[in-house]
Every structure is written in C-alpha cells, then in structure tokens.
Design a protein around this ligand. Structure first.
Ligand code: NAD
Length: 366
C-alpha cells in the first residue's frame, strides 16, 4: 500500500515537473522534450533492437557499455530513467546516487530483479519496472537445448566429425521418452518447459509454492520438493532467486537426488551452491550439469576474455568436467525475446511519462 502511494506521488511530482518545463500536460511530454534514458551494460544487439523500436517512442537514449556500479552511476546525470540488465548493481548506494542525479525511474530490461534493492528503491520513491514475461519460449527452449546436448553429446560429435573422427565411443545417451523430469518453479518459463517435456513423453513432476491447475490438467504432478528430488532423472530450475531459493541446490538436496541425474539451471546462479555441485560431479553422484547462469557471472559473462587469465577457479573447475555444459546467460537471446524486451521496456517508460498505471512495476513487499 505504502509503495503504491509512493509511486503515485513520484508520478504526480514528475508530471508537475514536466508541465513546468514544457508548459503542456504530462501526457504530451513526449512530444515536447523526450525523456532521457541512460542504458548500462549495453551490447550491440541492445542498441540494434532498442534503436529500432524507439522510432515508435522517441525517447532520447544514451548507451553505455559499462555496467551500473557505484563507480559508473554518474553517467546517468541528466537522465530521468536508467535502463539496466541482469548484472547491473542496483544497490542502496547506487539508488541513492541515482535519485540525487534526478533519475525518477529504474527500467529493468529483464525479468529477474534479484540485483535490485527494492526496499532502497521504495525508500527513494523510485519505481522499478521490468519485463515480466518476454518470450518464455526462449529460455524454456534453451533449457531443452542444454538437456539434449548433454544427453546426446552433439557438441562433442560436432568437434569430432570436423577431425574426421566418425566413432560413436563415448556418445551414448538415453531416451527422454518415459523419463521423469522435475521442474522447480512453474511460472511463465517453467510452464512452457513442462509442456515441452510432456510433448517428449516424459513424466513431469513439479514443485512450486503456487500450483497451476492448467498444468495439472495437462498431466503435471505437483509434489513437495523432498518427494520430487529422488524421482527426477532431470531437474530443471525455473524459480526466481530470493532468500527462500538461495542455494536451493546444496549438499542436502543433491544428496536426495537420484544418482546420475542431470541438473539444468537457466534461472539464476545463486540457486546453486556451486562448491556442492562440484563435489557431487567429482563423486559421480550428479550425472550432468547444464548452466546458463553462474553465481559469479557478473565479472565474466557477456565479455570476450579469450586473451585474459580467468582467475575464478570455480568456473574453471566446472569448465573442466566433460559432463558440464555452460552457456553465458543466453537463454533470453532470441529475436522474439529481444523484440519483446525492447517493446515492453519502452512501453513501461511511456506509461510512466503518461502517468498511467505501471502494470510491470516490481512491488516491494516489506
Ligand atoms: P515467474 O515469476 O513467471 O515464475 C517463477 C515461479 O517460481 C512462480 O511460479 C513462483 O511461484 C515460483 N517460485 C517462487 N518462489 C519459489 C520457491 N521458493 N520454490 C519454488 N517455486 C517458487 O518467472 P519466469 O518468467 O518463469 O522466470 C523464472 C526465472 O528465470 C526468473 O526469475 C529469472 O531469474 C530466470 N530467467 C533467466 C533468463 C535467461 O536468459 N537465462 C531469462 C529470463 C528469466
């Protein structure tokens, strides 16, 4: 309730400012002086998709490649909005600085918001908007791709054939048909993943704090986490990272898993205690691991470090396992998802400038 009030209040103040500056009501603000957005962690594809869709919106956009941190926050000077991605640091210190610079809204161009201190944002009266449901197919299909690659070892076959090695030794997989696939978190992405797995003829078990009737009707069985773990041949994580889910995969939960099971994580690195997973891989208890996210990905992912010495021994250990597949947070990376991310993000900011309800605001619940 308090947060809603704060958002309304900041919108009212922002609107008044726009009227003062432009002499026209807030709804015409865009036509008079375009709101300025500072982008952090910009990649070439962000620029391509956002510039193209901004033709319909007319915002002024400054693109910066650096991530948002305490050191780079001043780049937002003169902007009313900042647009950030998964590894930008939106902590209390950064939010305080942003507010002082005159920023009045934070736009996440992603679904997850674990990198934002929501309490601090609410305290500063800064609404936080996100893209709650861009193509859930992008991430769900990537999870399936990782599963199939680890199972049928197509990545190894590709390299092998290029060296004229036509042997099948070491490429043995298993039929997914009839296997038990467990899904933790059946929201936008988890639901799609469940349906794909049902299509493969798998038995699909799920654990979530909220159960979806439509999925039950489709053939998914909800069970408590403790009952799901020992039955799963494949376990795929699709829940958000929060205080309840941090290190959901740890020594204890790994111990309850079926020997030789496969673990897929396309959600957030912090869902997994990586040290425990490494031990389980070393002992052979965990049969295969596919991760699109990594707890310490912030200093690695989205960069070409091929000429550098990587000092993170944990990821280097993970990379060294033959039954581990790592992708660098590319689940979202499809044409459809990038289109929706650009449209929804710019739409969120447009709604804000027009004083409309922020349907994609992340609510702070104290
Ligand atoms: P969502 O909010 O639609 O669904 C999350 C589901 O998790 C909900 O059903 C919720 O009830 C459930 N959940 C919450 N707490 C739980 C708990 N303690 N135990 C079990 N279930 C719990 O989110 P989504 O759009 O499906 O996205 C899921 C996650 O995927 C996001 O939080 C994000 O971290 C990640 N993601 C990754 C990429 C990528 O590129 N790899 C892209 C988008 C999203």
């Amino acid at each position: 309730g308090g947060n809603r009030y704060l958002i309304r209040e900041i919108q009212r103040i922002a609107k008044t400012l726009f009227i003062l500056e432009s002499g026209t009501p807030g709804s015409h603000y865009l036509n008079v002086i375009p709101m300025k957005i500072t982008f952090f962690s910009t990649q070439s594809y962000d620029k391509t998709f956002f510039e193209s869709h901004n033709k319909d919106f007319g915002f002024e956009i400054d693109f910066f490649e650096v991530a948002l941190t305490e050191q780079t926050v001043n780049l937002a000077a003169g902007a009313q909005a900042v647009c950030v991605f998964v590894n930008d640091r939106v902590n209390a210190a950064v939010l305080e600085k942003l507010a002082a610079l005159g920023v009045i809204i934070i736009a996440l161009r992603c679904a997850g918001f674990n990198n934002v201190d929501l309490a601090a944002a609410a305290k500063r009266g800064l609404p936080v908007v996100r893209v709650p449901a861009y193509s859930p197919h992008a991430v769900a299909e990537h999870a399936v791709a990782m599963m199939l690659t680890l199972n049928r070892k197509t990545h190894k076959a590709y390299n092998r054939i290029r060296e004229q090695n036509f042997s099948l030794a070491g490429l043995l997989g298993f039929d997914l048909f009839g296997k038990t696939v467990a899904v933790i978190g059946t929201g936008n992405i988890g639901q799609v993943f469940c349906r794909i797995m049902l299509g493969f003829g798998c038995r699909v078990l799920a654990y979530d704090v909220v159960e979806q009737d439509a999925l039950k009707q489709a053939g998914v069985t909800y069970l408590p986490l403790d009952d799901v773990l020992p039955q799963a041949d494949v376990l795929s994580l699709h829940c958000p990272l929060n205080e309840h889910t941090k290190y959901l995969v740890n020594d204890k939960t790994l111990g309850r898993m079926k020997p030789g099971a496969m673990l897929i994580n396309t959600s957030r690195g912090g869902l997994i205690d990586t040290q425990s997973v490494i031990l389980a891989l070393k002992s052979g208890h965990l049969g295969a691991l596919g991760v699109d996210v990594y707890e310490q990905e912030e200093s690695l992912f989205f960069r070409d470090l091929s000429d550098h010495i990587v000092t993170d021994d944990v990821i280097m250990r993970l990379i060294s396992f033959p039954n581990v597949l790592i992708t660098a947070h590319q689940g979202f990376f499809t044409q459809e998802a990038l289109t929706q991310i650009a449209q929804v993000t710019l739409g969120n900011l447009k709604a804000f400038t027009e004083g409309k309800p922020l349907t994609n605001a992340v609510r702070f619940i104290s």
